[in-house]
Design a protein around this ligand. Structure first.
Ligand code: GLU
Length: 465
């Protein structure tokens, strides 16, 4: 039987789950799901200065919002220290690692000399044991770092599932520090032990880690571990083609939630950031799982495109049930201290507006006008409420006062007024919209009037007429 696929997402909790991290998580998750394998969540919190519990929570919240469920974990590296120490001891015992007592000053001097000779500064192996070599006496009272005996000959190579074959000569790498003087293991070492212990078969991660890979492979080999396959994802550029950064607004995926994007839209959008399935742009989570592979990931950088995200979000909003949208809108209104209880039914309003918005916040903005007393701007009033419109709307208010309160009768009242005043539809409908909701554009005006209810409509018309 083939080894079951196991992937992992291994964020460092030093900030939010941002778009790049979310894309890495999605691809790792989708690959595991596609193969019926397992997806592991590991929190790489060894940088104690920069890791915070808030960031851990933000990452978990982001994963949950995106519905990227994990099968194992979250594992915390800080809780695995004993295990790392154990593996360091194992490497020492096998002569695959060694203590190095070189002081920082001594190492500086070494690097200076190398630079002066025009060489690349690197650790020269002065404490590395060798058959015919006599090592100096360890200085008293100095706790050594532990270095890994990197192979000195040959090369380390792997077939990156995104970038193709990558090969690095061992001569290019020096002996990596795997434990600090106080015994704490270093970053690359923890990753290696974890990927080994967690039986990860495919490491899917950002290509900012490509330089770590040859070192990690060498350590895995020294441990006699199976080397996983690697897929390094190219970076994501902003709308402007620059490196994605805080300048591009929403950095945390939760910000997209705040801003009114649906999970499905963000997932669909992230899926297409560097991966494709023919010309498909709109697809469900299940389709993604069915289709996802590593063969169709582009090695070139993906570019963020807010317009496309908005287009997808508009699509998913239209496809969402009215009562689901109503519940979401209710909570967005509540955050604005707007209570929809004594106004029109929210699901009627969201049904009216959902075809016209590209975010849930726009939806909330649009329906808010039905619950709070919006006043049109002076500018809109001057532009649309001329004498002819004012006279027509005054008559229309009279019609509204008397007619049946349903769409057909409302529409008939508007048409009667138009004819009586020799006006065209927009000459009545636009000023009417401005007075009712403070906007010159709305869905069908008769539907808007009906939904607003007679009392509010009359009140909003009368104060200007
Ligand atoms: N903790 C690393 C990061 O957040 C990821 C390491 C890995 O995937 O190997 O960038």
């Amino acid at each position: 039987m083939a080894t079951p696929v196991r992937t992992r997402f291994a964020p460092s909790p030093t900030g939010f789950l941002h778009i790049g991290g979310a894309r890495t998580a999605l691809f790792s998750w989708a690959f595991a799901r596609h193969h019926g394998g397992e997806f592991v969540l590991r929190i790489e919190d060894t940088d104690v200065e920069r890791s915070t519990p808030e960031a851990v929570q933000a990452i978990l919240d982001g994963m949950k919002w995106l519905a990227l469920d994990w099968d194992e974990g979250p594992f915390y590296q800080m809780q695995r220290m004993d295990r790392y120490r154990e593996v360091v001891a194992e490497l020492l015992a096998k002569g695959l690692a060694y203590p190095c007592y070189a002081s920082p000053a001594e190492l500086d001097e070494m690097r200076e000399a190398q630079r002066a000779r025009g060489e690349k500064p690197r650790y020269d192996g002065r404490w590395r044991p060798a058959p015919d070599k006599t090592l100096p006496m360890p200085p008293a009272g100095v706790d050594p770092v532990i270095r890994f005996c990197n192979p000195t000959e040959g090369a380390v190579a792997w077939d990156d599932l995104v970038k193709g074959r990558i090969e690095i000569a061992n001569a290019e790498m020096d002996d990596l520090i795997i434990a600090r003087p106080d015994g704490t293991p270093t970053y690359n070492f923890c990753v290696v032990v974890d990927d080994w212990d967690m039986k990860i078969t495919h490491v899917i991660r950002g290509d900012d880690h490509v330089n770590n890979t040859p070192r990690q492979i060498n350590i895995l080999r020294a441990l006699g571990a199976e080397v996983p396959a690697y897929a390094h994802l190219s970076m994501i550029l902003g709308d402007d083609g620059q490196k994605l950064s805080k300048r591009h607004g929403a950095v945390s995926v939760m910000q997209y939630h705040e801003d009114g994007y649906l999970t499905e839209a963000v997932i669909n959008y992230l899926a297409r950031l560097g991966w494709s399935h023919g010309n498909d742009e709109v697809f469900s989570r299940d389709q993604m799982i069915n289709w996802f592979d590593l063969d169709h990931i582009t090695p070139s950088a993906a570019q963020f495109n807010t317009e496309k995200l908005n287009w997808l979000n508009a699509h998913y909003i239209k496809a969402t049930d009215d009562n689901v949208l109503a519940a979401d809108t209710a909570s967005r209104l509540a955050r604005r201290q707007v209570n929809p209880e004594n106004g029109p039914a929210l699901d009627t309003l969201v049904a009216l507006y959902k075809e016209r918005v590209s975010t849930l916040n726009e939806l909330a903005d649009a329906v808010e006008a039905f619950y709070v007393d919006v006043r049109p701007s002076e500018e809109l009033l001057n532009q649309h409420l001329n004498d002819a419109a004012r006279a027509a709307l005054a008559d229309l208010a009279g019609e509204f006062d008397a007619c049946d309160w349903q769409r057909e009768a409302i529409s008939a009242a508007i048409k009667t007024t138009m004819k009586a005043h020799g006006l065209k539809m927009p000459q009545v409908a636009i000023p009417l919209r401005v007075l009712l909701v403070g906007q010159p554009q709305t869905p069908a005006i008769d539907a808007v009037v009906e939904a607003m209810g007679r009392e509010t409509v009359m009140a909003r018309l009368r104060r200007y007429l």
